[in-house]
Design a protein around this ligand. Structure first.
Ligand SMILES: [Zn+2]
Length: 409
């Protein structure tokens, strides 16, 4: 298939031939002639970019904000509400909402999504079972990875039950082990629970890490140290890392250095953090973002994602990587290129996926946006889009805009 007539990131004309057989880019040139019988996608008026990815979603919780309001607007309030309404989540409801949310991400251009699935007393393995089913049903359209998000047990009995639930989740086919050690009364015990489980089951790790403005929360440093000390090479990602953004610069720099050396990926989640963090600070409210600049300066892998979508953790959201990228520019002070890299190559590195590019032999994961310039594209103002996954068009959004003639009354 020939993708014809688009402009590249720098505004130069580019034609790209993609091969659905190999799923790779077959040819790139300013102008390519269509072969006999070759399908042509006319992208005149579009910018063609490597497709972004969503490195951190919660498809099991998505599209539920109309069912209950988070009374405090903070993380604790969100957890309380989700654990209450999760009792009503049936398998069909979970699959339906997760599928609709995943397709929204795909339509926006994210051909790969990593989603967490609640695991614990309130969820059992129901969320895992549903999201694994959704992952498998969407294969061929998009890549979905499922993380077993281990809850916070309150008693030794609950800890034992959580261990058994996790073993069941692994049987069901989850791709990674997750957790949220900063939510445990004993953060070290919370970390060890997920760390040991990842080792035991031979799975990569993606931890909700330091989702708090408390600067004494040093989970990112613990994770980087443990990965370096043990040579754990299955892949480790730390999501949120809010406290890194409020620590002394010298402390944050040291941690960022350790993160870069350990090869741990950090995922910034601007929208949910801006919503949940700093509720108790009415004046000069902190942004609640990780130290993006410090991490980039240290050479660490930085991804950015959307996290929650219309749920008690975040009633807003567009399931669109351009939203995270745009927020990384305005609230994280990255350049538009850095922000696009965070939702693109950075996000894919966190997912353990190769980086697509407009280069022969690269993965044919591409996004065409009806945009005039690169900033126009990253801002998210472009709603008309064509999405290519493994060399096939998998989503197309067509928007009609009209300005009817106005006549004086
Ligand atoms: Zn999350």
């Amino acid at each position: 298939m020939l993708l014809h007539g688009a402009l590249d990131e720098g505004g130069a004309r580019v034609d790209v031939r993609v091969d659905p057989g190999s799923g790779l880019v077959a040819d790139v040139a300013p102008e390519l002639a269509a072969g006999p019988g070759e399908a042509v996608e006319d992208l005149t008026g579009f910018l063609l970019l490597p497709a972004p990815a969503e490195p951190h979603a919660h498809l099991d919780k998505s599209l539920t904000s109309d069912r209950a309001v988070n009374p405090t607007g903070d993380l604790a309030g969100a957890v309380t509400v989700i654990q209450r309404i999760a009792a009503e989540f049936t398998h069909a409801d979970l699959v339906d909402r997760a599928t609709r949310a995943a397709l929204r991400y795909l339509a926006a251009g994210a051909t790969a999504v990593r989603t967490h699935a609640d695991l614990g007393e309130h969820a059992g393995v129901r969320h895992v079972r549903a999201l694994v089913e959704v992952r498998d049903a969407l294969r061929g359209r998009m890549d979905v990875q499922v993380v077993a998000l281990c809850g916070r047990p309150a008693t030794p009995e609950e800890t034992g039950r959580l261990q058994r639930l996790l073993a069941e989740a692994v049987e069901l086919g989850v791709d990674l082990v997750g957790g949220a050690p900063h939510m445990w009364a004993d953060r070290d015990a919370g970390f060890d629970f997920s760390w040991d489980a990842a080792q035991r089951h031979g799975l990569p790790l993606d931890l909700h890490t330091d989702e708090t403005l408390d600067p004494t929360s040093r989970g990112l440093s613990t994770l980087a140290g443990r990965v370096s000390d043990t040579g754990f090479d299955l892949g480790a990602t730390a999501s949120h890392c809010v406290s890194l953004g409020v620590q002394e610069l010298s402390v944050a720099r040291k941690t960022a250095q350790a993160v870069a050396e350990a090869g741990v990926g950090v995922v910034a989640l601007p929208q949910t953090n801006l919503f949940l963090q700093g509720r108790d600070v009415p004046v000069a409210t902190p942004r609640g973002l990780t130290a993006a600049r410090t991490l980039l300066d240290a050479g660490a892998t930085l991804g950015a994602g959307g996290d929650n979508l219309r749920d008690p953790f975040n009633p807003m959201g567009r399931a669109d990587p351009t939203e995270a990228a745009s927020l990384m520019v305005t609230s994280g002070h990255l350049s538009s290129s850095e922000a696009w890299a965070a939702v693109g190559t950075g996000a894919r590195a966190c997912l353990g996926l190769p980086a697509p590019a407009l280069v022969r032999g690269a993965p044919a994961e591409l996004l065409a946006l009806r945009a005039e310039t690169f900033d126009d594209a990253v801002s998210g103002s472009a709603t008309g889009r064509v999405v290519v996954h493994r060399g096939r068009v998998v989503a197309r959004t067509v928007v009609t805009q009209e300005f009817p003639e106005l006549h004086a009354p």
